[in-house]
Each structure stands twice: as C-alpha cells, then as structure tokens.
Design a binder for this molecule. Structure first.
Ligand code: ZN
Length: 189
C-alpha cells in the first residue's frame, strides 16, 4: 500500500480517508525523493532575496489554493506568508515588517477563500485544548463566520499597524475553491 502511494504521480490519487494506510515517514520520504529529482534539474537562478514585484501575499494555508498558479506568480516574485485562515496575526505583522523594512516590499495582497476550515470551528477550540492538555494557548483561534468581514478586518490590521511603512496599497480577496476565481473585497462595505 505504501509503495503504491509513493509511486503515484499526483497526490490527488491518494484516496480520501487513507491516512492510516500511509506508513510513518512515508510521506516525508516521498518529499525528500522528489527534492533529489528537483535538485538534479536545478540551476542557481542567481536571484536577490528581494521580491521582484515588491509584493507580500498573505493567504490561508489551504491545500486547494495554489497561490503561484492562481496569481501568475513566478519564482522570486513575492513573499508568501500563510497560516490557518490567512488572518493577520502578530506573527504575520512580524513577517510583513521584515518584508517591507528589510526586503523592499511595498504592497500587500490578502487572500481568504470559500469553504475555509476556520468557518467550521469557534473560539471554543482554545477552551477544549485547555481542558485536554491543562494549558491555555496564548494565541487566539481567529475563527470567523463571515469571510468578507474577516478579510476587511485583516486589511484594517495591516493598514493600522505602526510597524509597517507601506500601508497604502493593501487589497483583500476571497478565492473561490470551486471556480479558481478571486473576488475583491471592498474595505468600506
Ligand atoms: Zn482556509
């Protein structure tokens, strides 16, 4: 079973619910093997670390969102900052501050998406964690019910951050996982 999974060319061909059938370490082994092939064909692009398009993209970590393909981005074009929900947390502000102040980006694109897992959990998640492990996490879950409103809140957090020098060009979108299309969110709506 394990070797069948490793031999397949697309992850999509792994049946849903087959997690238990994937042996410990097999997935990472597959990634390492893929890297060997990648490195064999790789040549140093000689790029600077500063993103060519001077843009930072903050997006949800969702597996269905192929940011580079969806936005026509190439290697070296942008900074990509991803987390659960694509929400602007303190750690995202940390990355944006470094992106803008040390690596020259001047604009921010925020991408949430339809059918996000963050719409299905609540702040109770923290309480349940505390009950289970005896320690309350310091972080907020940042769950949301209204994706448009959460994009607006994220835009607002970027625009009002005292740590970011470039807050004029900040735009937010919802990516539709069924159509692949972006829908822009009006910050004032
Ligand atoms: Zn998501």
């Amino acid at each position: 079973m394990t070797s069948t999974v490793i031999g397949m060319t697309t992850s999509a061909s792994v049946p849903a619910g087959s997690e238990a059938a994937i042996a410990q370490g097999a997935v990472t082994d597959r990634l390492v093997a893929a890297n060997e092939a990648y490195a064999d064909a790789f040549s140093d692009p000689g790029m600077d670390a500063r993103p060519v398009l001077q843009v930072a993209v903050v997006a949800c970590m969702d597996a269905r969102l192929d940011l580079h393909a969806a936005l026509g981005l190439k290697l070296g074009d942008c900074h990509t900052i991803r987390n659960a929900g694509g929400v602007v947390t303190d750690d995202v502000i940390r990355s944006l501050a470094i992106s803008q102040r040390a690596l020259g980006t001047r604009r921010v694109v925020l991408i949430h998406h339809t059918n996000c897992g963050m719409e299905t959990i609540t702040e109770d998640f923290r309480h349940e964690l505390e009950m289970e492990v005896g320690q309350r996490p310091a972080w907020a879950v940042e769950a949301f019910r209204d994706v448009d409103q959460d994009v607006r809140q994220s835009m607002q957090r970027v625009r009002t951050s005292p740590f970011l020098p470039h807050t004029d060009d900040v735009r937010g979108f919802v990516f539709d996982v069924k159509t692949g299309r972006l829908r822009e969110i009006d910050p004032a709506a």
